[in-house]
Design a protein around this ligand. Structure first.
Ligand SMILES: [Zn+2]
Length: 425
């Protein structure tokens, strides 16, 4: 970067930049209702810090370059149709335990090797590489077999970014472009047609479920359901009472009775892992509000709807739902045990400024003793110092670090994207 012609001009700008200037900008940001900086020198500094950060794995800046890639896919293919979060529950996964070195037979379920939930969490917390490995393996197979395999209908593209959650493990935020050529305006126009409307609802009901009715109907053959199974395990064997359905192996598609077993499994999984319970994250945008005016940001509990319908004037789609607390799910994807997710806080705009100010200040102090460097070298040190200040405050979980060290991707996409560089003189 420093050898490029444009850096000459930046170096001249930085000659006059002092930590007080950044402090003034910071003060102005805190007073203004929206974040805007008018000082050309500070804008240039932040721009260069971003360029450095873009080349650092896992940095806030390198994450923001993924947004550019998503934008280019939108330019190329139009708006994405579906947003899916895939959040594997590693602590109940036999395969994670296997990767973590626990001696078990993946084809034969033996409850005694599973330990307690706490025991499993302990093993997994000490094995971030195993968690990163299972995540990579699972996401690749979900994308290849299910998403590209057409479980949500034919797709033309997908783009998923790997995020780290509060508890340190990874999840995938996935955008999917379905294979149809309708723009939002065309969709709105087409829903005036009864056939189109019926088909659209049929499709949506097929890929998104909001209650367990269809699965209960299929399993209603007089045998036990989820809650009964848990009780009976509890009664017969005290060691295994913590066995959650997500620990059990998935049904074998070759089995004659696969469909019924599959439906039963879906009921079990949803009942134990996919029913919303309010937590502090539900109210993270309701800070300062009184308890009565706080609303759950997941919009739970939801209103019950008898039949799915589309409002012709607004285009709003309301899906049928007979359960107020179930998180929407797709039965094939939930086989991979998707749960609530918690997003990790990243550095805010003003935090970056405060840290950059510390960087400028520490360089100023150094300049007193070392004044022989030329303008370019001084500026290079300034940008690097500021970047390091910011990077030192960024939180990275052990699983994230393990994932980067194993050379796993921080995003998964169906398309190859190339960067184009240009600068104006
Ligand atoms: Zn809630």
């Amino acid at each position: 970067m420093t050898s490029r012609p444009y850096f000459q001009r930046s170096a001249q700008l930085f000659e006059t930049l002092s930590s007080e200037d950044v402090a003034t900008a910071l003060l102005n940001i805190s007073k203004a209702s929206y974040s805007k900086v008018s000082d050309e020198r500070i804008k240039t500094l932040m721009k260069h810090i971003k360029v450095v950060g873009e080349h650092v794995m896992g940095s806030t800046h390198s994450r923001s370059t993924l947004r550019t890639k998503i934008h280019s896919l939108c330019f190329n293919l139009g708006l994405p149709s579906l947003f899916v979060i895939i959040n594997p529950v590693d602590i109940h996964s036999l395969v994670t335990l296997y990767f973590a070195g626990v001696d078990l037979d993946l084809d034969r379920f033996l409850p005694e090797v599973l330990c307690t939930i706490y025991g499993r969490a302990q093993i997994i917390a000490t094995q971030p590489v195993a968690t990163a490995k299972i995540f990579n393996c699972l996401i690749k197979s979900i994308l290849k077999c299910l998403v590209c395999g057409g479980v949500l209908g034919p797709t033309k593209a997908s783009f998923g970014t790997v995020e780290s959650q509060g508890r340190g493990s990874l999840d995938l935020h996935l955008l999917i472009w379905l294979k149809h050529e309708y723009t939002p305006a065309q969709l709105k126009e087409n829903i005036q047609n009864q056939d189109f409307r019926d088909n659209l609802l049929k499709y949506l009901e097929d890929v998104v479920k909001e209650d367990l009715d269809v699965f209960r109907d299929e399993t209603n053959d007089g045998t036990n359901t989820a809650s009964d199974i848990r009780v009976s395990i509890q009664e017969t064997d005290p060691i295994t009472y913590e066995v959650v359905p997500a620990c059990l192996s998935t049904p074998n598609p070759a089995s004659d009775d696969f469909h019924r077993i599959f439906c039963k499994d879906v009921v079990r999984l949803v009942e134990t892992s996919n029913i919303h319970k309010h937590s502090t994250t539900c109210y993270k945008y309701s800070k300062g509000k009184s308890d009565t005016s706080k609303t759950c940001r997941m919009r739970m509990p939801r209103v019950l709807v008898k039949t799915s319908n589309i409002d012709l004037s607004t285009g709003q789609i309301t899906m049928r739902r007979s359960h107020p607390w179930i998180n929407n799910f797709n039965e094939w994807l939930i086989m991979y045990y998707i749960t609530d997710y918690v997003t990790k806080s990243t550095l805010a705009f003003y935090d970056m400024f405060a840290l950059a100010q510390q960087g400028v200040k520490s360089i100023e102090q150094q300049r007193v003793t070392n004044s022989i460097d030329n303008a370019i070298e001084k500026s290079r040190k300034l940008v690097l110092r500021c970047y390091n200040m910011i990077a030192s405050q960024q939180e990275l979980s052990d699983v994230q670090v393990a994932s980067y060290l194993m050379n796993y991707d921080d995003h998964y996409t169906t398309h190859a994207l190339r960067n184009l560089f240009y600068y104006l003189n």
